[in-house]
Write a protein that binds this ligand. Sequence first.
Ligand code: G4P
Length: 284
Amino acid sequence: MKIEWYPGHMRSARLKIAEVIPTIDVVIEVLDARLPNASANPVLESLRGQKPCIKILNKNDLADPNVTRQWVQHFEQSRLVRALPLDARNRKEAGQITKLCRQLAPHRGKPGKPLRVIVVGIPNVGKSTLINTLAGRKITRVGDKPAITTAQQQVDLRNGILLADTPGLIWPVMDDPAIAARLAVSGAIGDNAVDYPEMAWYAINMLSARYPDAVKGRYKLAEPNPDPQQQIEQIGRKRGCLAGGGEVDTPRISEIIIRELRGGQLGRVSLETPDDLIPITNEP
Ligand code: G4P
């Protein structure tokens, strides 16, 4: 589904979060573990001020575990931040959030003093999935983007924690081409708004440098080709992805590569490490 980037939507979503934050004890920020920098928006840092924050490195099942460890260390340099790699669909894993909330707000979560949390993040990172898993039932329709609910209701998790049931929606910042490319490759932005050959070029260029064995293994190549375009064509030929005249059907093979990467068929792959940090300073 295409995301509509109306400045009015962004402004009102931001105002809604700003209104709720003062009543919140712990902010749960959902990030994509494969791109924890690109899937963040600095507006949240300023909105949450001194509120403690759990950074969920979600879709951890798709990310490179070694790189995710580096991200956890990176985020936990901040006193008020804990980072938790997670598969939001897994109830047992999500249960760890409760423990972290209590550590971050030890004075709350008692009778008469509920611990209030909100789940915030850009579209498609898994906010609704996480809310449903924590609540143990379907609260918002998974896959609905942007959030459809306007009224801010609370779900009692019956363990002293109250969860705002509307995901706080913030938008990614795509001023930097590398950030935009990582977001597109991950599936965070609507497929109608992206160009598969461009994404495949970016993905193959990155994968050949960082995960050459994954590329070789998946596409049965003797060696990765240093030229991403030639590499994509080679994969297209191997897969019989040809257009009229025997030319490689670049859009089709590009889409296949991106879908396989997103689906985990190239193994667990991260699109950025803390060493690639590109400061994201512009707010949408
Ligand atoms: P949002 O509220 O932040 O917009 O995200 P949402 O929960 O709708 O999740 C977006 C997509 O990501 C969904 O897939 C969801 O199943 C998937 N997802 C969420 N958490 C995880 C995770 O930890 N690991 C993996 N691999 N996927 C996750 P979808 O195909 O759009 O919807 P559906 O077919 O699952 O309904």
